[in-house]
Design a protein around this ligand. Structure first.
Ligand SMILES: [Zn+2]
Length: 228
């Protein structure tokens, strides 16, 4: 059962054991039963289920952040789909709670991409923020830097029109209606055979998780107060 009270309790619990100024909120989008959100059924390898992939990445990131003593919480520990409205509400409760504790929350939503046209699979990695010049852009910039380091074998999909690499939209309400810096990563295309193979592999998942952890550390180094 999700109530505002247990969300508040969660914020407090996440805040308590660690004095770090940053609270990292990790979202893994989609649930076990979300329709679509999976790779094609390949003839020569497993089908990728996005809910499982997203969870596998956020769990890896959470583990690394735990080792680095950066406070971190999973927005959706459940396997089922939690509505976007609920996730926005929960993020904002966590962000307010963090602020009361003198800390700053950031939200990272992890996904795998799919092309709208099954005949033309997409290719590459990208990161989204809401429109406008915000602190989310700084976080996204760090993600692009780390992605070029760890996922450089794949194209980085950028929108340089506004002078930075991240792609901007207000279509993702999780980014535009949350009160803390927020980015959404689309980690390669699950409908692309080569990229999907990488997403299914342990090495691929470790590199994607590492990209996230490093970007969070970069952000903490620049905007946090505990210099790890
Ligand atoms: Zn997704």
């Amino acid at each position: 059962m999700r109530t505002t009270q247990n969300v508040k309790a969660k914020a407090k619990a996440a805040a308590k054991p660690n004095p770090a100024p940053l609270l990292v909120i990790l979202d893994n989008g989609h649930g076990r039963e979300t329709p679509g959100k999976r790779s094609p059924a390949w003839y020569d390898m497993a089908q990728l289920m996005e809910w499982e992939f997203n969870r596998s990445i956020v769990e890896r990131v959470a583990m690394s952040l735990g080792r680095l003593k950066v406070a971190c919480t999973l927005l959706v520990p459940e396997d089922e789909d939690i509505s976007i409205t609920e996730r926005i509400k929960c993020t904002n409760t966590l962000a307010r709670g963090a602020k009361e504790e003198g800390r700053q929350a950031i939200l990272i939503s992890v996904h795998a991409n799919a092309s709208p046209d099954p005949e033309r699979p997409g290719r590459g990695w990208e990161c989204w923020t809401s429109k406008g010049n915000t602190k989310s852009d700084k976080l996204a910039e760090m993600f692009y830097q780390e992605a070029s380091r760890y996922l450089g074998r794949y194209p980085l999909r950028k929108d340089m029109a506004d002078g930075d690499a991240d792609k901007e939209t207000n279509a993702f309400s999780l980014l535009s209606k949350t009160i803390c810096p927020a980015v959404l990563t689309e980690n390669l295309f699950m409908d692309n055979h080569d990229e999907c193979e990488f997403l299914l592999s342990e090495q691929g998942r470790d590199l994607i998780a590492h990209t996230h952890t490093k970007a969070i550390i970069d952000y903490n180094r620049q905007f946090g107060t505990n210099h790890i």
